[in-house]
Ligand binder design. Structure first.
Ligand SMILES: [Zn+2]
Length: 333
């Protein structure tokens, strides 16, 4: 709780990432307890590796040579490039035996399909699914038609990484992959296909996307991790003068309807910079500084409860007393 308000973190990560290192679930819980976070949606890191098995797929890049050996995995009975990671981290969360975490499986826009999602649905009964197009090397134009069908039939929202890159040097792979994951293209994709999604990373502060979101019942925007994103202005789409005038959260408050704004931490990308990995402990405070009492309540929880239709979960929020972590591991208090 923050000043008497329930706080839901709609997007944080656990696992070992090929590029960014390890994000530990027990450390996340310590962080969440410290911050007063009542409920969390945890998903695998963007490029998960398990026992150094390469489970990601990179398509647009020539710079990186870790193309997936997914064909080999398929021959061995795997049905999705992220199956190993999803199983592993779902199990880790179940071992915690807590009601305060919901696992969000990571899916691949191209390589997952209707059948793989059905299997995943039966296993995890997820509230939402995550697509990280930059790590997957794919964007909205690449989404498998079977995935669209599955999401529509089961009314499951997506949590979408959005990106942008001003420094397009000779079509460099990572810049291209960031640009094909633009917030506006993802928003249009969701609207055209009548799906539902949270656009992460403040939809890169793109005002055209904000207009699409304000006009659609099927889209919302998550705000984190604002400190890290402010260190990379070339990946934001807002006029620098507007950003300077209003600040990151100020732009969101001014241009986005209040019922569209969703709180997330993006643990552990919630750092002072990519080099200085000191965690940012102020994101909840900034919300209560910028938004008034009622608005903060919406941002922290009720917008997401409505968007995800979480009514059946909300009885867990009030009684969440946290999990204590000691050197023996994690146990319910
Ligand atoms: Zn993410």
């Amino acid at each position: 709780m923050k000043d008497g308000k329930i706080v839901i973190d709609s997007h944080s990560h656990i696992g070992i990432d090929m590029i960014h290192g390890e994000t530990d679930v027990n450390e996340y819980i310590i962080f969440a307890d410290n911050q007063g976070i009542d409920y969390s949606f945890l998903m695998p890191v963007p490029a998960p590796v398990i026992n150094s098995k390469r489970v990601l797929y990179w398509n647009y890049s020539n710079e990186f040579c870790y193309r997936s050996d997914f064909a080999n995995l398929q021959q061995n009975g795997f049905y999705s490039p992220y199956e190993v990671a999803n199983d592993y981290y779902d199990k880790k969360i179940k071992e915690l035996n807590t009601k305060r975490i919901s696992f969000v499986p990571l899916i691949h826009p191209k390589l997952d399909d209707y059948n793989s999602l059905m299997r995943l649905y039966e296993k995890y009964n997820p509230t939402a699914l995550k697509i990280h197009g930059v790590s997957a090397g794919a964007g909205p134009n690449d989404v498998n038609i079977g995935i669209i069908k599955f999401l529509r039939e089961n009314n499951i929202p997506l949590i979408l990484h959005t990106d942008f890159d001003n420094n397009l040097e000779n079509g460099s792979g990572v810049s291209t992959t960031r640009r094909i994951n633009s917030p506006k293209d993802w928003a249009s994709f969701i609207i055209e296909n009548n799906l539902k999604a949270i656009l992460n990373h403040g939809a890169r502060l793109d005002l055209e996307t904000f207009a699409l979101v304000n006009g659609s019942n099927n889209l919302t925007v998550a705000i984190g991790p604002e400190v890290l994103m402010m260190t990379e202005p070339s990946r934001l789409m807002i006029e620098p003068s507007l950003l300077k005038q209003h600040g990151y959260l100020g732009v969101i408050k001014k241009y986005l309807d209040i019922d569209k704004i969703i709180f997330d931490i993006d643990y552990n990308w919630n750092t002072l910079s990519l080099e200085n990995r000191t965690l940012d402990y102020d994101s909840l405070n900034r919300v209560t500084q910028i938004f008034n009492e009622n608005e903060a309540k919406q941002v922290f929880s009720s917008n997401l409860v409505n968007f995800f239709n979480l009514k059946e979960l909300s009885h867990n929020f009030g009684e969440t007393k946290g999990i204590s972590v000691n050197n023996k591991g994690v146990e319910e208090r």
